[in-house]
Design a protein around this ligand. Structure first.
Ligand code: HEM
Length: 404
C-alpha cells in the first residue's frame, strides 16, 4: 500500500465534530502559550542552578526566586500542553498516533520523566547551596529530556514514508516502542534556546513589577533588569542562528525559504532583535523596556508557531494530506459545551491573575477592594453554575442512554 492510501485508512472514520481550521487556529494559539511556558520553565530552572553555583547575595536571591517561578512555569507548561495535544490528535490523528506508537515506551515514560523533574524542583526550593543546585540541575535535565521526547514525536510524525522502515528495521515487527527513531538538532535547539530569551524578558518584568514596592531592594532589581535585558538579547541572536540552521536542513523540495510566513518571521524576529539590542545597551532603567520586549516576544513566538504549522502543511501535502479533507460531522452540542466552558473560564482565570498581580504589589497584607470582591463572587457563581450544568448533562445523558 502506498503512503497516501495508508494515511487515508488511518483517519478516524467518525470525522471531526467542527470545522478543522478552527481546531488548527486554536492549536497554533495554545501551542504558542505552551512553548512560552516551556521556555520559562527551562530558563528559570537553569538560572536556579547557575545562581546557586555562582553564590553571592544577588545570585542566591535570584536563584530562590527562579526556583519558585520554575514550579509555576512547569505547571503552566503542562496545563497548556494538553490543549494542543487534543487539537493535534483531532486533525492529525493518523500522524500523532503512529508516531507515538513507534516510540510508545518514551511517550509513556514522558509522564514519569516530567514527574521526577517536577518533584525534584520542589526539593530544590527547600534546600540551599549545592544540594539545591543538584536538585534543580536534575530537574533541568529531566525537562530537557521531556522536551526532546516531544520533539521526536512531532518530528517522526512528519515522515510517514519512513514509518514502515522504522517498524521493521530488524527484519521483524518492532512492537516494543523503545526506540526514538529520528530528531533534528537545529529544530530542537530552535525551541530550547528561546528559554533564555523568555526568561530574560521575565527578569525585566520582575524589575518593573517590584519597583513599585518601597520595601524592595532597588539596586537588586536594577541588577536583575540589566541581566534580563542582556540575556534576552543574546539568546534572541542565538535563536536567529538556530532558525537559519533549521532552514538549511529542511528538505529542499519544501521550498520553505520562500514561504510568506517564514519571511514574515524573519522580519519580526530581526525587529525584536534590534529592539533588544537597543534595550540592553542602556546604562540603567532596563525595566522601561520590559513590556514592549515581552509583547514583541509573544508576537514573534505566535508568528513562529503559525510558520511551524505552515511547515507541517508543506511536509504532509507531499502525501496528498489536508486537514480540510476530514469528514465533517458537525456536533453543535459538544461545540457549545466547549465554548460554554472556555469563555467563562477566562473570566475566572483573569480574576486569579488579577489577585496575584495586585497582592504582590503591596508590602504586607493585601485587602481586596469592592470591585475585586464582586469579581470574586461572580467567579465562584460561574464555577458553581458550570459544575451544575456539566453534572446535570452527564446524569441526563446517562439516564437517556439507559432508556430511562
Ligand atoms: C517541561 C515539560 C515540557 C517540555 C520541555 C516540552 C517541550 C516541547 C517542545 C520543545 C515542543 C516542540 C517540538 C517540535 O515541534 O519539534 C513541544 C511540543 C508539544 N508539546 Fe510539549 N513540552 C513539555 C510538556 C508537555 C506536556 C505535559 C504536554 C501535554 C500534556 C505537551 C504537549 C505538547 C504538544 C501537543 C506539542 C506539539 C506537538 C505537535 O504539534 O506536533 N508538552 N513541547
Amino acid at each position: 500500500m502506498d503512503t497516501p492510501a495508508m494515511l487515508q485508512l488511518l483517519k478516524d472514520p467518525m470525522g471531526v465534530p467542527f470545522f478543522p481550521v478552527v481546531f488548527q487556529a486554536l492549536m497554533v494559539l495554545t501551542f504558542t502559550l505552551h512553548i512560552l511556558f516551556v521556555n520559562l520553565a527551562l530558563g528559570t530552572t537553569c538560572l536556579a542552578v547557575i545562581g546557586r553555583l555562582k553564590g553571592g547575595e544577588a545570585w542566591e536571591r535570584l536563584a530562590g526566586g527562579m526556583a519558585k517561578a520554575a514550579t509555576a512555569s512547569v505547571s503552566g507548561a503542562i496545563l497548556l500542553g494538553v490543549a494542543p495535544l487534543l487539537f493535534v490528535q483531532v486533525i492529525y490523528d493518523p500522524f500523532w498516533y503512529a508516531s507515538s506508537n513507534l516510540s510508545a515506551a518514551w511517550a509513556i515514560g514522558f509522564i514519569f520523566i516530567l514527574m521526577a523533574g517536577y518533584a525534584s524542583l520542589y526539593l530544590a526550593r527547600e534546600q540551599k547551596g549545592d544540594a539545591s543546585s543538584a536538585f534543580a540541575g536534575f530537574s533541568f535535565t529531566m525537562f530537557l529530556l521531556a522536551g526532546f521526547i516531544m520533539h521526536v514525536l512531532g518530528f517522526q510524525l512528519l515522515q510517514p514514508e519512513k514509518w514502515l522502515g522504522w517498524y521493521t528495521s530488524h527484519g521483524a515487527a518492532a512492537t516494543a516502542g523503545t526506540v526514538l527513531h529520528d530528531f533534528s538538532l537545529p529544530r530542537f535547539l530552535h525551541f530550547i534556546v528561546p528559554a533564555f530569551a523568555a526568561t530574560g524578558a521575565l527578569l525585566m518584568l520582575y524589575a518593573w513589577y517590584f519597583r513599585a514596592r518601597a520595601d524592595m531592594d532597588q539596586a537588586y532589581l536594577a541588577w536583575a533588569g540589566r541581566l534580563g535585558a542582556k540575556m534576552a538579547f543574546h539568546a534572541t541572536a542565538l535563536e536567529a542562528v538556530t532558525g537559519f540552521l533549521w532552514l538549511l536542513v529542511l528538505p529542499r523540495e519544501l521550498r520553505f525559504h520562500a514561504h510568506p510566513l517564514f519571511l514574515l518571521g524573519v522580519v519580526l524576529g530581526l525587529g525584536l532583535l534590534g529592539y533588544l539590542y537597543h534595550a540592553q545597551r542602556q546604562e540603567k532603567d532596563h525595566h522601561r523596556f520590559a513590556w514592549p520586549a515581552a509583547l514583541g516576544m509573544f508576537a514573534v513566538v505566535l508568528e513562529m508557531a503559525a510558520a511551524r504549522e505552515a511547515l507541517r502543511i508543506r511536509y504532509l501535502s507531499r502525501f496528498g494530506y489536508s486537514i480540510a479533507d476530514h469528514r465533517l460531522n458537525l456536533d453543535w452540542g459538544s461545540t457549545a459545551l466547549f465554548l460554554g466552558t472556555f469563555i467563562p473560564s477566562l473570566v475566572v482565570l483573569a480574576y486569579i491573575l488579577a489577585v496575584a498581580y495586585q497582592s504582590g504589589r503591596v508590602a504586607g497584607r493585601w485587602e481586596a477592594g469592592p470591585r475585586m470582591r464582586a469579581w470574586g463572587k461572580a467567579s465562584i457563581g460561574i464555577l458553581a453554575a458550570w459544575i451544575m450544568i456539566v453534572v446535570g448533562l452527564g446524569i441526563t445523558i446517562t439516564l437517556r442512554n439507559r432508556g430511562l
